[in-house]
Ligand binder design. Structure first.
Ligand code: SAM
Ligand code: ZN
Length: 334
């Protein structure tokens, strides 16, 4: 509710801001729909305009309710269980970005009460400090020739960076509406925002979603919205995205084929999927590239380009580096 003030102009500005925030939510619901299995219904506010921060949205078709917390809709098939399991993690993630409100707590408690005795869980956040901030990644300590050779290797492995290499695979064609799944702290999201018409970052972790939205909202670029989704129950509406991006996520899923077929359904005609993974064999030792490519093509997508051995460097500290060699593919909906 916008309160009247002594200065009527301020009310008009506040009202415009509220309407702008509501409109931002509205386009998200053109892209993401009801996550209940087989539903694909359109979501709308349970009462009034879409909640800009905290509230409830309802499926027009199956009438299921989904919470909106800190401006992020929670679009998972059993939201009451998700909220009950992650209650403490949700509260601390909202507090971390100063979005913990009385209304958010009411929404959390109303959903959690429907799933009593749920075991508490933590978000499986996965980022190193330099991915979560604008800070430079730590260079190897000055510890002699081997450390210096490692430094040279790391510099050349990251020039260009993995986000730059991945985006160059998409060429110059417009990316349109982009859905990025599993953005982590938003390292790639920041780059995607400059190429997208509008961008949704969607992670199973609310904390990651909030981070990724904040990371790519620094500076100018396309409109950005966040959502909590489970990639294995993808609420992507039919034909709603021109580009889907999933960097280093598919190997974490139990059912990669189910994920890929819902991506294929959610892509517009000639829409594209950009996918990378450090484990294209899903844990099987031989012919790993063929395993990933086979699963992608069986989902109804056609691989248009592929690159292998792209270095993905995760710098934990001056003495601790992880280096993966990832396979990346672009696949198009025929
Ligand atoms: C290894 S991180 C990758 C982060 C980022 N894309 C990158 O390449 O730096 C994997 C991300 O996927 C998310 N994730 C894991 N399982 C998921 C699922 N079922 N649905 C959506 N996101 C998931 C994790 O929360 C995490 O943020
Ligand atoms: Zn529904």
């Amino acid at each position: 509710m916008v309160k009247p003030s002594q200065n009527g102009n301020i009310d008009v500005i506040t009202w415009l801001f509220v309407m702008y925030a509501a409109a931002m939510e509205a386009w998200l619901f053109d892209v993401l729909g009801c996550p209940a299995p087989g539903c694909d219904g359109k979501l709308r506010s349970a009462n009034g305009p879409p909640p800009a921060r905290d509230g409830v949205v309802k499926c027009r078709k199956c009438k299921a309710d989904y919470p909106v917390l800190g401006g992020v809709p929670i679009l998972v098939p059993a939201p009451e269980e998700w909220v009950a399991a992650y209650r403490e993690a949700i509260v601390s993630s909202l507090a971390e970005v100063r979005r913990l409100t009385r209304q958010a707590l009411e929404v959390i408690d109303s959903f959690a009460a429907r799933a009593p005795r749920t075991e508490p869980l933590r978000f499986g956040d996965d980022w190193v400090p330099s991915e979560a901030s604008d800070s430079e990644a730590p260079r190897p300590a000055d510890l002699g020739p081997a450390a210096s050779a490692l430094d040279d290797f790391l510099v050349s492995a990251q020039t260009p960076s993995l986000p730059e290499r991945l985006l160059s695979m998409l060429g110059r064609r417009s990316l349109g509406t982009v859905l990025e799944l599993g953005p982590g702290a938003g390292t790639l999201s920041r780059h995607l925002r400059h190429r997208a018409k509008r961008l949704i970052v969607a992670d199973l972790s609310l904390r990651a979603t909030l981070r990724a939205v904040a990371a790519c909202k620094k500076g100018r670029g396309a409109p950005v919205a966040g959502a909590v989704v489970d990639a294995e129950a993808l609420p992507l509406r039919r034909g709603a995205a021109r580009t889907v991006v999933a960097a280093n996520v598919i190997d974490l899923l139990d059912h990669p084929a189910a994920f890929l077929s819902s991506v294929a359904d959610g892509l517009a005609n000639r829409g594209r999927l950009l996918l990378s993974t450090p484990a294209p064999g899903f844990g099987l030792p031989e012919g790993d590239a063929e395993i990933l490519d086979g699963v992608v093509e069986r989902s109804g997508l056609q691989i248009t380009s592929a690159e292998d051995g792209l270095p993905w460097v995760r710098a934990h500290g001056h003495r601790h580096y992880e280096v993966y060699l990832v396979r990346a593919i672009v696949a198009e909906r025929a």
